[in-house]
Design a protein around this ligand. Sequence first.
Ligand code: E4P
Length: 218
Amino acid sequence: MKFFIDTANLNEIREAQDLGVLDGVTTNPSLMAKEGIKGKENILNHYKAICEIVSGDVSAEVIATDYEGIVREGLELAALHPSIVVKVPMIKDGIKAIKYFSEKNIRTNCTLVFSPGQALLAAKAGATYVSPFVGRLDDIASDGIALIKQIVDMYMFYGYETEVLAASIRSTQHIIQCTEAGADVITSPLQPILGLLNHPLTDSGLKKFLDDYKKLNS
Ligand code: E4P
C-alpha cells in the first residue's frame, strides 16, 4: 500500500518524507488556500517546491470545469515536473479530459468520487488514480469504507489498472480500514499517519526494557 500525505504544508510534507514511508502528495484548492498560496505563479511554484521534497507522485488540481480549460490547465501542470499527476474533478468534461490525458500518457487522479458508477467511468476513461472520499461520506452517515471495498472489487473483477486512492481520511482507524478494504493508496493528513506509531503496550514494554537495562548498567 502506498502512503500519500494530503496537505500543501511544506513542513508537514518534509516531516512525512523524513519518516521514510512517504510515496506521494495530494493537494486540492482548499489545501492550497489554507497555506495562503494565491496567484497562478505562486501556485505553480508551490507545486514545484513540493515536487522537490518528495520523489513520488504529486497531485495538482485543475480549477477549470470545462473540457478545453481542464486540458489547458492540465497540460501546464503536467509540464511543471515529471512527478505531477493532474487532478481532475468527476464531472462530464473531466471524464472527457481524463480520456484525452490518458491517450497522451499524462497521469491523472479523478477526484470527488462518491459512487461505484463514478469510479467505473474514471477507470474506463483511463484515470491513473480514482479518489473516493471516505470521510465526507461518513460525514453524511453513509459508509465510505464500504465504497472503497466496492470499487476495489469492481476493478479487480474487470482488471482495471486504475489505482484506488482512498481520500478524505480523517483518522488512523480509517487508514487501517482502507488496508482491509484493499485500497492501493491512502492519502491522509500527517496526524492519522503518525497515529499508526502508537500502542500503549509498546510504550510500557519499552519503558520496562530500558528500566531493566539501567538496573544493571548504571
Ligand atoms: C483528496 O485528494 C482531497 O484532497 C482530500 O482527501 C479531501 O479531504 P477532506 O474531506 O478532509 O477535505
